[in-house]
Write a protein that binds this ligand. Structure first.
Ligand SMILES: Cc1cc2nc3c(=O)[nH]c(=O)nc-3n(C[C@H](O)[C@H](O)[C@H](O)COP(=O)(O)OP(=O)(O)OC[C@H]3O[C@@H](n4cnc5c(N)ncnc54)[C@H](O)[C@@H]3O)c2cc1C
Length: 304
């Protein structure tokens, strides 16, 4: 891993140099990784090898027979959201569109979509990196460089019941299935089998991300456009310095783009910001509590 950190090479370059076969790369590793990061195989090839290996090590993905036991929240994320927000009833405003964030002589302020202005002691932009950059009235050069280095790309999710996007052999159905075409290397998308993932009874229900072939329109229940961060080498290099942006003129940043783009990354970034901002501590202890994101050395000392 240390060698990969030093060389900074891409996943594709490393797989080639280390002698992995094209079949292992194209039919196993890249589809698996592309499904995890919700991106194309081509984009996965450009992923920095060191960040890839670190992620696979942290998630026990290098050991074929050591699958982690996943734990889920009964009733889904809305259960803990309502639990967390209950004590804040009446003090939290949701669904308010913000046009921009400025920094005045006494602190930051928000310009709302309805034209009103609101002053605050601090502002935490828990948006995507590109949205945060667009929201800032007068971004600093460092904000432009670091936030601008972590781009987002669109991803289309289709909810449907079309079994044609799953393997013909029912025995081969899995919670995540990659479908690609051998004549179009690099393309393809993942289909989530929602009945399996969320213990849903009844007819088959799938979510396909950027489907390689369109599901039968008669079996489509809905579709949505999402965005995912692109973790190329520039983005991963920028992450090393992201924490230096915190608190400048009372503006802070959090989001899954501080880590690998998953819920846990957003949670760790949000907790670290809240603790540094408010001096409070999370009411639990886990080893390496900010291990998925990179805090600057100065900030770590401040948080201690
Ligand atoms: C199809 C799909 C499957 C996924 N599967 C998984 C998975 O299995 N496991 C996992 O860990 N992660 C998964 N993810 C990723 C996960 O959803 C993200 O990591 C997480 O939601 C990102 O959190 P975030 O807080 O960084 O950003 P978001 O949740 O996107 O929050 C950003 C917020 O900023 C708000 N905002 C933006 N601009 C403004 C504005 N101008 N004014 C006011 N508000 C604004 C938005 O409304 C939004 O609420 C998946 C994502 C997708 C799309």
């Amino acid at each position: 891993l240390a060698e990969l950190e030093r060389s900074g090479e891409t996943l594709d370059a490393w797989l080639g140099r280390a002698g992995y076969s094209a079949l292992f790369r194209d039919a196993y590793l890249l589809p698996q990784a592309a499904a995890i990061w919700s991106c194309t195989l081509e984009q996965m090839r450009d992923y920095p090898a060191a960040a890839f290996v670190r992620f696979y090590m942290n998630h026990n993905l290098l050991a074929y027979d050591l699958r982690p036991t996943w734990r889920t929240v009964d009733g889904g994320a809305k259960q803990y959201i309502s639990h967390l927000t209950r004590p804040l009833q009446g003090r939290v405003v949701t669904g308010a569109r913000i046009d921009s964030v400025g920094r005045g002589p006494v602190g930051p302020f928000l310009r709302m979509a309805d034209g009103s202005m609101q002053d605050y002691d601090a502002v935490v932009l828990a948006t995507h990196s590109d949205q945060a950059l667009r929201l800032l009235d007068q971004p600093t050069d460092q904000e432009r460089a670091l936030l601008g280095a972590i781009a987002y790309r669109p991803n289309r999710a289709v909810l449907h019941r079309d079994v044609a996007l799953m393997p013909r052999r029912r025995k081969a159905w899995a919670a995540w299935t990659h479908m690609g075409r051998s004549d179009r290397a690099g393309e393809g998308g993942v289909t989530y089998w929602m009945n399996e993932l969320q213990s849903l009874p009844g007819e088959p229900l799938f979510v396909s991300l950027n489907p390689a072939r369109e599901p039968d329109p008669a079996l489509v229940l809905g579709e949505w456009d999402y965005e995912h961060p692109v973790f190329d080498q520039a983005a991963v290099a920028a992450q090393d310095h992201l924490w230096s942006l915190q608190g400048v003129g009372g503006v802070w940043f959090a989001g899954a783009w501080f880590g690998s783009g998953f819920h846990e990354d957003g949670l760790q970034a949000g907790l670290a910001v809240a603790e540094q901002l408010g001096g409070a501590r999370r009411p639990w202890t886990v080893a390496n509590e900010s291990g998925r994101i990179r805090l600057g050395a100065a900030d770590l000392a401040r948080a201690a």
